[in-house]
Design a protein around this ligand. Sequence first.
Ligand SMILES: Nc1ncnc2c1ncn2[C@@H]1O[C@H](COP(=O)(O)OP(=O)(O)OP(=O)(O)O)[C@@H](O)[C@H]1O
Ligand SMILES: [Mg+2]
Length: 411
Amino acid sequence: MTISKSALDTYKLLKATATVAEDSLEGRIQHYRAHLKSEEKELRTYTQKAAADLLGCNNRTLKRRHDQGDFSHLDIRRGANGHYAYTLSNIHDMAEILGINAQNRNENDKLQVIIVNSLKGGCGKTTSLVNIAAALATTNIKRYRIGIIDLDPQGSSSSFFPPTEPDPITVGDLMRDCIEFDEGETQADVVSGSFLPTHIPNIRVLPSGMDDFYFEHETATQLNEGRDYSENRHYHKLLEKVIKPVENEFDIILVDTAPSLNFMFYNALMASTAMLIPVHPEAVDFDANNKFLKRLAEIYHTVAALGHEGWDFMQFLVTNYVKGNHSQRDIVKDIRSAFGRQVMSYPINHSSAITASSSSFNTIFDQKTSDSLASRESLIKSQENIKDVVDELEMLIRSNWNSTQCQLETA
Ligand SMILES: Nc1ncnc2c1ncn2[C@@H]1O[C@H](COP(=O)(O)OP(=O)(O)OP(=O)(O)O)[C@@H](O)[C@H]1O
Ligand SMILES: [Mg+2]
C-alpha cells in the first residue's frame, strides 16, 4: 500500500501537533488538574445542625449523645470557629451508633445499573450523572452503595471523582483482559480493587482511560475474523467481567457513556437495568435525539436477541433547561406530550452554580454554600432542583426492590 505525499504531510502535521500537545500543553493541563489530587479534594463538612438534619434527629439529641461520650471514639474535628465540623463519614458512623440502619437493597433485590446515554454530545450526560450520584450519596442517610463506571474514554466523570491512585486500572483494561493477576487473585478481587474510593464515602468509581478506545478496534477485528459469538461474548464483557464479579458490593451503578453508538455502548446496554436519556431542549439537540431514538430500537434488538432481559425503566431527563426561555419551554411541552410519564417530572435547570462547580470538576454537593463560586441562592436552588430529580429517580429504583415494597406494605 502506498501512501500519497499529501497524506504523508498530514500525518507529519499530526505527529508534530501531538508532540506540541504533549510537550507544552500537558504541563498546563496538569496545572488545571492540580487541585484534583485526591488528597486535596475533600467533601464539605457539616455543622451540628446540618448533621442533625441529615440524621433526622434534633440538635439537642446530638449534643446529649456527645455529652454521654457516645461519639468520643470517632475522629470528629472542630472547625476554625471551634464548632464541630462533621465529615460525611463521621455522620455515617454516628448513624450506626444511633441505630439508623442503612437502606441497602437486600440480596433478592436487583442491582440497579442505570446507563446515562444520548448520541448527542454535550447534552449534559456527565453533569447530570455526577450531580445525581452526589445527591444520592450526600443528601440522605440511606447510605446507598454507589458505583460509577466511566465508559467514556475521555474520562469526564472520573475527573469529578478523581481516582485515589496515579495509574488506576480502567474499565477498558478489565474488559480487554489487560490485567496480570497476582498469585491466588481472582477477577472479583481485581475488579473490586479497581472501583476506587472517592472523596464521597459511599461512591466508588471505575475510571476510564484513553487506551479504552482500543476496545473498539479489537472488537471490530474479532468480528471481522468471523469468530463465533460464544468465543468472545464481546457485548457481554462489561456485564460478565466487570459488573457480575462485584454485584454484591453495590446497590446502584451509574454508567456514563460517550456520545457514540460504539461497542462500549452495546456493552452498556447489555449490562443495564434502566436507561436515562438526557435531552437538552434546543431544536438541534431535539432533532438529534429523535434520530438517536430510531437507532436505539434497532441496537437494542441485537442486545435483546443475545439475552438482555429488558429495562425496569427508561426515562427522559430534560437538562440544562433555561427557565423563561420560550423556545425551550415549547420543546419541553412537545417532549412531554410525546413521551408522557417517561419524562422525569423535573428538568435539571440551567444553573450558574453547576457551571461554576463543573469548571473545577466539583458537583454542587461537594462544597459548602460559603465556598461556592456561585451565589448562595443559586447553589441552594440548584441543589434543591437536583434533589427533586433524585427523589423521583430513587422512587423508580426502589419500586424494583421487593424489600422496599414489603416495607411500604407493612408500614
Ligand atoms: N444544568 C446545567 N447548568 C449549567 N451548565 C450545564 C448544565 N448541564 C450541563 N451543563 C454544561 O454543558 C456542558 C456539557 O455538559 P456535559 O459535559 O455534562 O455533556 P455530555 O453530554 O456529558 O457531553 P459529552 O457528550 O461530550 O460526553 C458542560 O460545560 C456543562 O458544564
Ligand atoms: Mg460526558
